[in-house]
Design a protein around this ligand. Structure first.
Ligand code: FE2
Ligand code: FE2
Length: 307
């Protein structure tokens, strides 16, 4: 096996002295990848995991000119790459450069590097681990990272698909194109989210965030009631916002509303979505009902308060 220390030196050089952050990100990705393997008890060659995680961003600072040379040298489809966001080239084109410069020929490692940004329709364990570790390592600042990190240690495949979902939401919001590999990955594996109604849950969360409700909390109530899997609590600051909740949820084709309750004023509304129950209160009513206190010890799915 290739010596990791030598690879680290080469990686540092390749990433440039100024890009210390990227080198540290590579190390953190390696730590995260190993933790995913250990906590999920995945039966896999740890040396391969370490190496793939370490070098996943080896080509992050390669220039466009250099990439174009690689495309030319290996007779690759230039049009395909021009259609692909340039930011993804460092992953898709990495295997050619890594094989040449680091002498790594292991196809499993090269594939994990290749698909670390986009995912792929059919992913190996190593592909899943590297994809997930890259996006959930300790230094990742986006607000869902905490939740994904927790899930990564319990069910890495599910966490990876959920990560893809978040990535796609971000791209949609920024009106950026979603890579066909990511879409294929999501479509092929989204059934994993169905088991736990996670897809619906995220949809509901999006809708509530869209109406700009405050302090959205998602409680996993599976251990405490047979009636629902998840309870969502949120605060509305006006009656208009309150009334918008069932109206907007009804517009979602994949959500089935089984019942709506509430006095019709601005104090609270309850929406029954089958496995998910949504409670929206005014600030005062939320304090009065104190569901957050009752469910204080339950697992929470959203760490951040959405303001
Ligand atoms: Fe990357
Ligand atoms: Fe990365």
């Amino acid at each position: 096996m290739i010596k990791l220390e030598k690879i680290k030196d080469k990686l540092k050089l390749k990433l440039n002295e100024e890009d210390d952050d990227r080198y540290l990100h590579s190390l953190r990705t390696q730590d995260m990848a190993l933790e995913i393997v250990l906590k999920n008890k995945i039966n896999i060659d740890l040396e391969k995991v370490k190496l793939a995680a370490l070098i996943h961003d080896y080509c992050k600072n390669v220039s466009k000119e250099e990439f174009l040379e690689v495309i030319k040298k290996h007779h690759l489809d230039l049009e395909f790459y021009h259609k692909t966001n340039y930011k993804i080239w460092h992953a898709l084109l990495a295997p050619y450069i890594i094989e040449e410069e680091l002498g790594i020929k292991d196809q499993e490692i090269l594939n994990a590097v290749k698909y670390h940004t986009t995912g792929y329709e059919k992913m190996s364990d190593l592909d899943f681990i590297i994809y997930l570790a890259d996006l959930t390592e300790e230094g990742r600042p986006y607000k869902e990272a905490g939740l994904l990190r927790k899930l990564a240690f319990k069910d890495y495949k599910k966490a990876a698909v959920l990560t893809a979902y978040y990535q796609m939401q971000v791209l949609k919001k920024r009106q950026m194109e979603i890579h066909p590999y990511t879409l294929a990955m999501y479509n092929n594996y989204k059934y994993l989210l169905k088991e736990d109604n996670l897809e619906e849950l995220l949809k509901v969360k999006d809708v509530l965030e869209g109406i700009k409700l405050n302090n959205i909390k998602i409680y996993d109530v599976r251990g405490s009631t047979p009636l629902y899997d998840y309870a969502i609590v949120a605060t509305a600051s006006s009656s208009r916002q309150m009334q918008a909740v069932p109206l907007h949820l009804k517009k979602e084709p994949n959500l089935e509303i089984r019942g709506v309750e509430g006095p019709g004023d601005s104090s609270w509304v309850l929406v029954d979505l089958g496995a998910i129950i949504v409670h929206v209160f005014s600030k005062e009513q939320r304090e009065l009902y104190a569901l957050d206190q009752i469910w204080e010890d339950l697992p929470r799915l959203l760490e951040d308060e959405v303001k």
